[in-house]
Design a protein. Sequence first.
Length: 139
Amino acid sequence: MSEERFGEFVLVRRHGDGHVAELALDRPKAMNAVSTAMARSVGAACAALGEDRSVRVVVLTSTHERAFCVGADLKERNSFSDADLLRQRPVTRGAYTAVLELPVPAIAAVHGFALGGGFELALSCDVIVADPTAVVGLP
């Protein structure tokens, strides 16, 4: 298995022959809350995976034991002015669009909380596989 980091909060693992790529949200201290930096990293990882012709499927996962993704980073967002929020919104939207537009099937492997933007990330995939601990919602 090979691993590649995209920024601080996204880890891509290639399994076996590399046809399956795992895009793991890896911001455990914040239950994978989507910050501006994390959104950029998701977009960059999707761009790289989309260009890699050996990848046949992407599995979107989480390294957090209790959460897939709890949505927007509200601590970061609360520090934003209205102008900051307007500049940041396309960055976040770009992360969801990058997952949605992957040229290969994308599967969300959801466990624990998938709330708000975290559920939107899962909904951007072609298929969602949720285990019994999954709690989804759009607050």
